[in-house]
Design a protein around this ligand. Sequence first.
Ligand code: NIG
Ligand code: FE
Length: 389
Amino acid sequence: MSILLDGIGELVTNSPAHGDGPLGRIRDAALVVDGGRVAWVGASGLAPAADERVEAGGRAAIPGFVDSHAHLVFAGDRATEFAARMSGQPYAAGGIRTTVAATRAASDGELRANLRRLAAEALATGTTTIECKSGYGLTVVDEARSVALAAEVTAEVTFLGAHVVPAEYAGDPDGYVDLVRTAMLDAAAPHARWIDVFCERGAFDADATRAILAAGIARGLVPRLHANQLGPGPGVQLAVEHGAASADHCTHLADVDVAALAGSGTVATLLPGAEFSTRSPYPDARRLIDAGVVVALATDCNPGSSYTTSMPFCIALAVRDMRMTPDEALWAATAGGARALRRDDIGHLAPGARADVVLLDAPSPIHLAYRPGVPLVAAVWKDGAPPTE
Ligand code: NIG
Ligand code: FE
């Protein structure tokens, strides 16, 4: 059954062939959905007939957000750690171990309930595709169940056994790397599409990162990396060298890192929720964009460094504090995320794309940054299904 979504005040297609400018904007627009896909976009007056008509009432419509970086399989929270940080304590990678202990102690049902709660929260704020990492289990059994649970809510599952060296391997980090690249990977790979490593001082160094990525690639997984978050390091170079889909964080970059990203197929995924929540300097999006790097925005939703599922919040931070224009931030949160997940069926609304559409209670998507903290998402269409609320 086809549905005509008519009376859209401003439609962002992210398809320059279908509208004005890089965002492919169409004013007074309509969109036809059929079989879960976009069948037609254009000026309202030219819309073809459809089985059903839904009135947008002059609202803006945008592609659903693509959140290409989230850690949603965990138990407990770290509100006390956040409060301590806001009183002056620094953020350290080791805090991950607190969540590892809570996650190991949780039942499958508890983890599933928390994961589904967060996925639903993300959808309600307009995220129609979300990536989800393991990384709070760090045993063969707990990592395998983490990726299996993640696969229940998304196709974009990432194995992150190399999140931190767990306490029981503190005296034998090499032994942990061996476990990750053998038995843990064997157990997790069937449920995952991606392999990730937290390449950072206090987590995994260049040699460990290379060994783990090589093992993942050998099992058919595609790399993406946590790179250059807490300080300068080899992460971005390793991401580019391994043909990673994305280098994530990119907060502390040397000129050679920017140049390497610019000449590569690796997207720089910026995660401003982490800098907000750890009170750290934001990555310089302007420097990356001006150098020709493809930039994505994502939430990094996790209980330690960025406990938000809100892409509108990340857009507001990126515009206000990372020198991105509202158009650049919107593109990065939709088409950029799709690029970071190597997907061409999402992140835009050209005919043939998945009909993942967000209607905003605003005349223009500029309001996402202009009216921060205001719930502007009026309705979310996922795979062409009209909103259920
Ligand atoms: O992306 N950097 C590593 N992982 C998370 C933090 C996880 C945590 O603190 O629990 C991140 O920021
Ligand atoms: Fe992360």
